[in-house]
Each structure stands twice: as C-alpha cells, then as structure tokens.
Design a protein around this ligand. Structure first.
Ligand code: ADP
Ligand code: MG
Length: 562
C-alpha cells in the first residue's frame, strides 16, 4: 500500500542510491495502482520505469474498435504529458532527479506502448528520475512525487471526467476519418489524397510543425475528387490516380514538399498539423539512392546486368553499394515485402539509374551499359505488378513518354499539365531506343539465416535515437530510411529483430513471412509483446513492415540462405 511505500522511502532517505531498489513492487495508492517495475541504478542512468493503472471510465463506443483505441490512447498520452508539465515541480538534484516523462510523440498519431486501454483498466507507462543529492537518496522528495505529484497527474488525465471529452471525441473522429480515406482510396483507383486547404511545408528542416503563412494546397480542377467522410462530412482535394505520376516544375516551387508530405502521410497526423487530410496508401515506400549501404543477396537483375566484375546480379551482395545499385536494391526489397506505390525525388535519386538519353545511348552502346534505366521499367512495374510511382522531376522530359499524369507545381500551387506534356512528347521526339522492359514477375523472397543475427557480446540489440540500431559492435544506419517517423518506432524495430530471430527465423521462413508473423502477434497481444522487459515494456511505437525489413537489410552481418 501507499503507507508501505512511504515507510520504505523514509527508511532509505539519505542512503546511497542503490537502496532505492527496495521500492520496486506494486502499491495500492487509493484510486490507482502503482507499479514500480524498474528502478534506475544511479541518478544519471535512464530513468526508472513505472506504471499506473486506473479503472477504465470511457464510453464503450470509444473503446470497442481498434482505431478508436489507438486514437484515444494517443490523446490520453498527450493529456498525461500536459498534466506532467502542469504538476511536476522540478526540484534540484543530481542527474535526472525529479524528471517525469511519458512517450507521447509529436505530429503523428501512432500505436504506442506508453498507454494501454483494456476492457477494465487504463494503464499509463512512464518514467521518473528518482531524486538524489549527489548519490544520496532524497527520500522525502520522493514521497512528495509519489503522494502528491503523480496522483495529481493521474487524476487530471486518465479519467473520462478529467479530460475535455469533446476535444477527445474530435481527435478520435479525425483519426477515424483518416482511416476511412485510406481505406477508400483503393476503391477510388487512387494512391493518395491531398485535401484542399492542406498545409504541406514544415517549419524547418528540424521541425515537423507546420510552416506559418504557407500557401494552402489547392487541387487542379481536373484532379479534384470529393469524399464523404463519416464524421466531417464531404471533403475535396487532389486525388492522385494509380499509374505513373510526374511532379514537375521549377526549382523551389514546392515539388519536394509535396512528395515529403506523401511519404509521411502513410501515418495519420494530429489536429492542427496541416496534413490532417493528406492520406497516402499505407504501403507506399520512399525510394532513394543510398550509396555505401550493405546489400545481401538481392536480385537486382531487373535493373542491372552484366557488370564488369562478372558477378551474377541475381544474387547481388556488397558492403558498399553504388548510387544506382543501392537504388535498385531499395526497389527490389520494397517489392519483396509488397508495395503498391513507390515515391521518388530526383533530389535523392541516382541520375544514371533514372535516365539514359539518346545521345548517351549512341556513345555508350547497350552492351556496355549494365543499367536498364528506371525510365524503361516504370511502366512494366505498373502494368505487370500493379505498382504505381510518383516521381518528382525537374530535368528529365523523357519521362513524358511513359507517364499517365503530370502535375506541375507553380508557386506552390499544382496544375494538371498532362495534355501539354503529351503534346510536347509528340512534338519533340526523344530519339531513345527503349531498353527491353524487365520482367518483375520473379521477385524472390529471401530466407534470413538465424545464425547471422547473433549480435555477439551480451546480444545487445538496442536503438539509439531515430536513426541507429546497435547490434553488438555494429551500428545499423537507418538515416536514409526516411519513413521512420519516431524514435520509439526504431526502438520497436530493435526489439522485433530479437523477437523475430528467437521465434520465427529458422532458415526456412522468408523475411516477409517472419515480419508478418511478428505483426500478427502484435495485433493479437499488443505491442508490448515484443519487449524483453516485464511490466513497463519500454517506449515503443508501431513500425511498418517496410522499415522493419529495412533494418534487417542494412545490418552488415545479415545473411540469407542461398
Ligand atoms: P522544389 O523541390 O520544387 O525545389 P521545395 O519543395 O524544396 O521545392 O520547396 C522550396 C521551399 O519552399 C521550401 O523551403 C519549402 O518549405 C517552401 N514551400 C513549399 N511549399 C510551400 C507552400 N505551400 N507555402 C510556402 N512555402 C512553401
Ligand atoms: Mg526538390
């Protein structure tokens, strides 16, 4: 009980920090249950992991379906975080003393471990830096945190009566509308929707908040569609159809900004973000060149053949990929996991992968060029595999021949210039000889080798921020995997690698099957099931299958069965 916790804290007051370990356990705090799952080893270590559990008091309509639960959880987490800022009086102390935090995310609404809504209870998982002066326990201060601060935070954020329910419902309704758009896109023959009035540009390269005073989005009339939403009513905006779509326009006119929005809008965004009603199919994959990356046994032969080393590109491996081979591998790996939309920006593509014009074809004959440019395969990808492409281009008009749709950005406003582009393609011939379009029907699924995923010393597999995962002494570099939106997704990916290896990787299951099994477990048992910890599972957010695969593929020890 609460009294026992207070007694223990009195007893350890003034002692060395290690004595805090004595408070680990479960306490009835009167009104809520407190679980002290893990106490940090010193004031500078990662903060202690705690949970509170309260009775679930929300209307059943909002806790029955998965979408509502994800949205309500996200909302409650943000309220808990606000509540922390309101009630936490930061005293002085060493290291992380007095810190209280919950993993509440930023612009995206994601499924997270930090809030769990069950039939009977709501559980918040958060962190506390237990207070110390030097390395001596400030027991009396800790008592205040447990008997005053935390109860206030809990009381003001986790109950039906303590939150602004109208605001919460708006939040859930928005999320449901977003999910609705994403579901109907396919039936409408679209791969993305960008609402009229949306704000796409971000505040800065380091802030995902909306740019102030931005030019609002306005669909070209020829591409405008309207969608009747369950909550908000009818909404209009630009529908990007399946097929091959080019985004052209002068430099600085907003091409990359549009593509970035499409990349990030595989996730749903919070009210006020500007991209609330920008929705991309959830299996869209950003493709870019990534020279230097590791490649293990990828069949890049649809794009690259007869390389001078004589290697068989059906089984291509390298420690140091070139721009074009890395881009080819990124596409094949996306197809291996299954995608219906590729997103590319000329700013981050390898030119020789994208185009090969008539003059270059004349000078360097086809036999001497291992690369079949994307220009010659983009149609086959759509026609044989049903994979659409949205491609930002400022400089390669040869693509007019192979596209279905051309959007021109002009002063941040899109125009449909398809007809004109097709006329120009007739008037000014490219004089190219088309390379034989590759056959994408034989994308093979690779089988991960269990032994290759032993991380060595202490089997350390741990994320570091957004972009890195430590595997033993290796660091997996995810900085070019641009659709990871949150540190906690990276943390989840690290846990998934270990979980998948220990359960499902058996030198027979393919990478895609392994990832599917893990995601099924998460669907059935919640995201915490991949955690190595009991109690507070650590801060994780749900990643997509592509980013999970991307981490496997970039681990320099990764091997597949041949
Ligand atoms: P491009 O790829 O065509 O060269 P960008 O998309 O990089 O252009 O945009 C150039 C700049 O314009 C960026 O700094 C971006 O933030 C800003 N920008 C983009 N869209 C808008 C908009 N709708 N309103 C105001 N500024 C914008
Ligand atoms: Mg650009």
């Amino acid at each position: 009980t609460r009294e026992e916790l207070v007694e223990t804290l009195d007893r350890v007051d003034g002692k060395g920090y290690k004595a805090y370990k004595d408070i680990e356990g479960e306490y009835d705090m009167g009104g809520f249950l407190l679980y002290i799952d893990h106490v940090q080893s010193d004031p500078f270590a990662p903060p202690s992991r705690l949970r509170v559990r309260v009775a679930q008091t929300f209307p059943p309509d909002y806790t029955a379906d998965r979408d509502s639960v994800v949205a309500l959880s996200d909302y409650l987490t943000r309220q808990f975080s606000k509540s922390i800022n309101k009630y936490n009086t930061r005293g002085r102390g060493t290291g992380r003393s007095f810190l209280i935090s919950i993993d509440c995310g930023r612009q995206e609404i994601l499924e997270r471990t930090s809030m769990h809504i069950a039939q009977e209870y709501v559980e918040a998982r958060f962190e506390v830096g237990l207070p110390a002066a030097g390395r001596r326990i400030l027991g009396r201060e800790a008592v205040k945190i447990f008997t005053e601060t935390i109860p206030s935070i809990v009381k003001n954020s986790l109950f039906f009566g303590s939150i602004d329910w109208k605001e919460a419902v708006d939040f859930i309704d928005l999320y449901q509308d977003q999910q609705y758009i994403r579901r109907v896109l396919r039936n409408m023959g679209l791969v993305a929707f960008v609402a009229d009035g949306a704000v796409l540009p971000r505040e800065s390269g380091i802030s995902e908040r909306p740019l102030k005073n931005a030019v609002p989005f306005r669909s070209p009339d020829t591409m405008r569609v309207s969608i009747m939403l369950p909550h908000r009513g009818t909404i209009t905006g630009m529908g990007i159809p399946e097929g091959v779509t080019l985004v052209v326009g002068g430099g600085y006119h907003g091409k990359s900004t549009l593509l970035k929005a499409l990349e990030k809008c595989v996730y749903n965004h919070i009210p006020g973000d500007g991209r609330e009603y920008v929705i991309t199919v959830d299996d869209a994959v950003k493709i870019r060149a990534e020279d230097g990356r590791y490649i293990e046994n990828v069949d890049i032969s649809p794009f690259i053949n007869n390389i001078p080393t004589g290697e068989d590109t059906r089984f291509f491996s390298t420690l140091n990929a070139s721009g074009s081979t890395s881009q080819a591998a990124n596409i094949i790996e996306a197809l291996e996991i299954g995608t219906s939309l590729l997103l590319m920006d000329e700013d981050t593509c390898a030119t020789n992968f994208m185009i090969r014009d008539a003059r270059m074809q004349r000078l360097v004959s086809a036999e001497k060029e291992p690369i079949t440019p994307f220009l010659d395969s983009v149609r086959a990808l759509y026609e044989n595999k049903g994979v659409s492409t949205v491609l930002v281009l400022g400089g390669a008009g040869d693509y007019f021949d192979v596209c279905d749709r051309v959007i021109m950005m002009d002063g941040f406003v899109p125009h449909d210039v398809t007809v004109r582009a097709k006329e120009i393609a007739e008037e000014i011939r490219s004089f190219r000889e088309r390379d034989k379009a590759p056959d994408f029907t034989c994308i093979k699924e690779r089988v991960p080798m269990k032994r290759s995923l032993n991380a060595g010393y202490k089997d350390k597999i741990q994320s570091k921020g957004l972009e890195n995962i430590r595997m033993g002494y290796e660091t997996v570099d995810l900085s070019m995997v641009e659709q990871i939106a949150d540190d906690s997704q990276t943390a989840a990916i690290a846990n998934i690698i270990r979980y998948a290896r220990d359960r499902y990787i058996d030198d027979r299951a393919t990478l895609r099957e392994v990832i599917d099994r893990v995601l099924t477990d998460i669907d059935e048992n919640s995201l915490s099931c991949i955690s190595p910890f009991k109690g507070h599972p650590g801060n994780m957010a749900r990643p997509r299958r592509y980013e999970i695969a991307a981490a496997f593929n970039r681990y320099r020890g990764f091997k597949t069965v041949r």
